[in-house]
Design a binder for this molecule. Structure first.
Ligand SMILES: Cc1ncc(COP(=O)(O)O)c(C=O)c1O
Length: 424
């Protein structure tokens, strides 16, 4: 931290090579949006492609499947081509389809093959609940008791999971490992390359939930030989609320029969033969199930254009720098107010958000909102704040810290109830 001044923040903005993208987003006046790691903001391009898709429907009716500006029949594949570079996959190894949870069900239904004593699924105790619910229900479908067959690696400090502990838990009873790329609370990046190598050495398949990394850090899923991955497109990728998700399957697994088959997983040229014998696509497209949710995919077309132009390496670079600036400013300005930074500090181990811990986190979040700053709260004590490379300025970050300091000095948070909202 050179200087904790507004002038210095403005100087950093002048040197920001991504600053031109800010005007492409709908930023609310007098509001600083720090929650793009939960739901990204609408861009003008995403709005345009959504409206164009509506127009395709208006003008072409059913023919919109093959006509119009963005024909629907191969839209999932077209989007996969745009998304693939962000996850380090070939276009055939990715598909835009389903939702995070549905895709996890699909991939576990496909790749969890208990045999002999290899019956267990390895996860971790900090993962997002939906992943754990899905894994437990998949175990139940196979007739196994999740209490015994789902192993959750423990965290030593409640924030991060040590790779050593995961590797140690990869015993010969484990059939499948499912982990996050980035922990949703602390923002810890797991070493996907190393974990994949270690799993494979032991004959175990491994998949990752990429919700908190896709669109903010580069990946090399294919090169690392990760077996599968799945993620949402509504966080860093700004695809909109309920945006259709994405999945990746390594080409080594092409031809694996989808656990949950449906006609949109067919080879495209066979789908409308309408035979009762399923001919699966020879790509990750095989793991689609039913008719794609076209209007929930359309914004991604515009949004991914922006990522192509900005470049994921540049996005990661700014994200690291602006988060670093943020953390240093917090340390300088908020040293006396009982905050702790819960995310790892090492660049290789931190994702796209700052995990700010405080015993009064709920009330401080409410106070931030009252002051026009949008954070999110994660129980029990985490304020997540994400400066987003494409639309957050250094001046925004400077203002967030200034306002946070005012809230603490004036104890503004004390007027709020210590209860979380229904949607936190
Ligand atoms: C790590 C992680 N996985 C999954 C989800 C949600 O899954 P879905 O997109 O199916 O609602 C979230 C939502 O915040 C998440 O953080």
């Amino acid at each position: 931290m050179k200087e904790p001044t507004l002038e210095y923040a403005r100087k950093l903005d002048k040197g920001d090579s991504l600053s031109r993208f800010r005007e492409e987003f709908y930023l609310k006046p007098a509001t600083i949006y720090m929650d793009g790691n939960s739901l990204g903001l609408l861009s003008k391009r995403a709005e345009r492609t959504l409206l164009e898709s509506l127009l395709d429907w208006k003008e072409h009716g059913i023919d919109g499947w093959t006509k119009g500006k963005h024909p629907w029949f191969d839209l999932s594949n077209r989007l996969a081509g745009l998304l693939a570079p962000l996850v380090g996959a070939s276009a055939e190894e990715a598909i835009v389809s389903g939702s995070t949870t549905v895709n996890l069900h699909q991939l576990v239904a496909t790749f969890y093959k208990p045999q002999g004593k290899r019956t267990k699924i390895l996860a971790d105790e900090l993962n997002f609940p939906t992943d754990i619910y899905a894994l437990k229900s998949q175990l139940r479908i196979h007739g196994y008791d999740p209490e015994e067959h789902l192993i959750r690696v423990k965290s030593r400090d409640g924030r991060v999971i040590e790779e050593e502990d995961i590797i140690e838990a990869m015993t010969d009873e484990v059939a499948l490992v499912v982990l996050p790329t980035v922990q949703y609370r602390s923002g810890q990046i797991l070493d996907m390359k190393r974990l994949t190598e270690e799993a494979h050495k032991r004959g175990i398949l491994i998949g990752f939930d990429g919700c908190h990394s896709v669109g903010v850090i580069p990946h090399a899923f294919s090169e690392w030989k990760v077996d599968f991955a799945y993620w949402c497109n509504y966080k860093y990728l700004n695809g909109g609320p309920g945006s259709v998700g994405g999945l990746y399957v390594n080409r080594a697994h092409f031809g694996a029969n989808p656990g949950l088959a449906g006609w949109f997983g067919s080879r495209k040229d066979k789908q409308f033969d309408l035979e009762h014998t399923f001919t699966a696509a020879e790509t990750a497209g095989a793991y689609q199930i039913g008719t794609p949710h076209v209007l929930s995919m359309a914004p991604l077309l515009g949004s991914l254009e922006i990522f192509e132009e900005a470049g994921i390496e540049n996005i990661r670079k700014k994200s690291l720098e602006i988060n670093q600036y943020f953390m240093e400013l917090i340390e300088v300005e908020l040293a006396d107010f009982g905050f702790e930074i819960g995310n790892p500090r090492d660049n290789a181990r931190r994702g796209g958000h700052v995990c700010l811990e405080h015993p009064e986190a709920i009330r401080i979040c409410k106070s931030l909102k009252e002051n026009g700053i949008i954070p999110d709260f994660r129980a029990p004590n985490v304020i997540r704040l994400a400066p987003i490379a494409l639309y957050t300025s250094y001046e925004d970050v400077w203002n967030v810290v200034r306002i946070l300091k005012e809230i603490m000095v004036e104890k503004q948070y004390e007027k709020f109830a210590n209860e979380r909202e229904v949607v936190a």
